[in-house]
Design a protein. Sequence first.
Lengths: 117, 114
Amino acid sequence: GAGVSQSPSNKVTEKGKDVELRCDPISGHTALYWYRQSLGQGLEFLIYFQGNSAPDKSGLPSDRFSAERTGGSVSTLTIQRTQQEDSAVYLCASSLEYPSGGAIEQFFGPGTRLTVL
Amino acid sequence: AQKVTQAQTEISVVEKEDVTLDCVYETRDTTYYLFWYKQPPSGELVFLIRRNSFDEQNEISGRYSWNFQKSTSSFNFTITASQVVDSAVYFCALKDNQGGKLIFGQGTELSVKP
């Protein structure tokens, strides 16, 4: 079956420009996550969507970062006025969630490599 | 605070050697979930295993085995008879029970040489 897909796979942009990164989760997965992987910081959580609940935005590094999830499926991560320190691989993951809690493994997409010149 | 520590940054072994990747975690929760992921050179994170805190049985899957010890807060991963295809970065992670996010260790880069 189809896994998590992300687009674009690579994005090069100039400092100060806005970028949008897209994630298509596995069909039927109610939870969607964004992480960032950079050399100095390892794997960092950014934001988490679960069903109709308010998203957990606690990992977003600044107000230049925002994300939305439309129709409980596709998600877009937007970075405004990009800075060089935003250069990283942005990973999206999705999972099922138990209504009562618990944990199910997250399945990751291939990532978007963002380079800010 | 919740934290995952993978003290080994890089490990290099020769094919057919056994290798153990260490993972130590910190959490105040009595129920928690631990994971291992593999990130091969292609870059995509691949799920390997999930372990619940109330299940301390060790698990074996082919050449892979995991040793979960609550007494030492460790969840170590052993590859038996390593192969070149095992070369990758391996991440241990803890699920944050206040939300859904995974808290990752810094990763261990394993290099298996022929």
